[in-house]
Design a protein around this ligand. Structure first.
Ligand SMILES: Nc1ncnc2c1ncn2[C@@H]1O[C@H](COP(=O)(O)OP(=O)(O)OP(=O)(O)O)[C@@H](O)[C@H]1O
Ligand SMILES: [Mg+2]
Length: 412
């Protein structure tokens, strides 16, 4: 698929932008603080309904219009997919006098829920901070899995959002019980079942994605590392979804499969995850009550990167960690293509400066293999002459984008 046209109004430092984008590689060059990241942010915002970096949507509205009587911001895209062309747009409108903004999502001009937007435009974003995926926090790695899965499977996105709501409610109950005491077995049981309903899908799908990522990433990694070390990706869930807890005498039914210990993670089904999650919640109830919060579940998951048995987070050099992060990002492109039948739009935000010459060269080999890549940089020198002559080149300055002399680029 590709993004054929992007229009922005009052989005961050773009007061007004109408931009046609071709198939193939587009490189946008600009000094610091000119609007490179803002542009890619707008594309991801349209793809997922969420900004990859803003804490609140109101941050996206241009400062200059905030004090106007009726401030708004709008991002819209024309996306060409194999089957049809989609028109999507999001407008941020003021929320009755409280200084915040609400999202109005439209597909072909018809109002929709933000959730309906997800999956129309598939993107893989790689930013300088993603280079630290391996050494960063578990929540960063969970977000990485979630953004990829949400774009591929709307059902995952719904389950995740349901899970987060139920988790907040179960935690509120636990906090209440921790403070005031009392017996709430029935109430907890109700929230356990709700939590497991969506949580089991989250666990099973994360497991699936990590297996897929490992297969692809290991191959890419062999290339990147010069064919010496094999990369492994492992799901590190907060409970073992293939097994019942040792002390499991739960009032809940368990599936036959679960009784056969050591269910292969690769084939972990939603049902298996469900029975196991429920049993673990029950077994951990007194710990949850003492802590006043839910201590197990997909909100505590992690993803581990290993070379052999060594965890790269603890033992890897900075270079090894970056290679692994890059390999798994590129693996994401391959998996999305296979699952959706469409090549996702690759968005690279100023990552060249973070990589050494070898890894930069590897990345430059991959960029032209996707249908559309939009790449930002501070410096043209990071790119080979070969790529520069083929790419559509743009320059950004204070939220204005202009063409650099381009020979023979065809608009899609
Ligand atoms: N809501 C907003 N309204 C107006 N301008 C904004 C808003 N939010 C951010 N900006 C400004 O937009 C400018 C461009 O930001 P952006 O992050 O896109 O820069 P960049 O080109 O990626 O720079 P760098 O190379 O440093 O990463 C910055 O000066 C920033 O302060
Ligand atoms: Mg930037």
């Amino acid at each position: 698929m590709h993004l054929r046209h992007l229009s922005l109004t009052n989005f961050r430092n773009y007061s007004r932008l109408e931009l046609n984008l071709p198939l193939g590689v587009t490189i946008i060059q600009g000094q610091n603080a000119q609007g490179k990241s803002n542009l890619l942010e707008a594309i991801v915002f349209l793809a997922t309904g969420k900004s990859p970096r803003a804490g609140s949507d109101s941050e996206l509205v241009n400062w200059l219009v905030r004090d106007e009587p009726y401030p708004f911001a709008r991002a819209a895209a024309e996306v060409v997919r194999a089957s049809r062309t989609e028109q999507i747009d999001i407008t941020l409108l003021p929320n009755k006098g409280n200084g915040r903004f609400r999202k109005q999502v439209r597909i072909h001009g018809v109002n929709k829920r933000a959730m309906d937007l997800v999956g129309i435009m598939l993107t893989v974003l790689f930013r300088p901070e993603d280079v630290d995926l391996v050494s960063g926090s578990p929540s960063q790695r969970r977000r990485y899995l979630d953004i990829a899965l949400c774009q591929m499977e709307p059902a995952y996105c719904r389950a995740l959002s349901h899970y987060q709501k139920v988790l907040a409610q179960r935690n509120a109950l636990l906090r209440n019980l921790a403070e005031r005491g009392g017996d709430a077995g029935d109430q907890l049981r109700y929230w356990d079942e709700k939590l497991v309903e969506s949580g089991s899908l989250v666990v099973a799908r994360r497991q699936w994605l990590i297996n897929e990522l490992e297969k692809e990433a290991a191959l890419i990694h062999l290339d990147l590392s010069g064919g010496v070390e094999r990369l492994h990706l492992r799901y590190l869930p907060s409970f073992d979804p293939g097994q019942q807890p040792a002390s499991a005498r739960t009032p809940y039914p368990s599936t036959q499969v679960l009784r056969e210990r050591g269910v292969a993670y690769a084939e972990l089904s939603v049902d298996q995850a469900r029975a196991s999650f429920l049993a673990h919640l029950y077994a951990g109830r007194s710990r949850d009550l003492a802590a006043g919060m839910t201590l197990i579940g997909p909100h505590r998951d992690d993803l581990g990167f290993y070379l052999g048995e060594r965890n790269l987070r603890t033992y890897g050099s900075r270079g090894q960690q970056r290679t692994a992060a890059l390999a798994s990002k590129l693996a994401e492109v391959a998996i999305m293509t296979r699952v959706s039948g469409e090549s996702p739009i690759l968005l690279l935000d100023d990552v060249m400066s973070e990589l050494d010459a070898t890894r930069r060269r590897m990345l430059l080999e991959v960029i032209p293999t996707v249908k559309q890549a939009i790449v930002t940089t501070t410096d043209w020198d990071y790119f080979s002459d070969d790529i520069l002559t083929r790419a559509y080149r743009l320059h950004v300055h204070e939220g204005q984008i202009d063409e650099v002399e381009n020979a023979g680029t065809q608009m899609g």
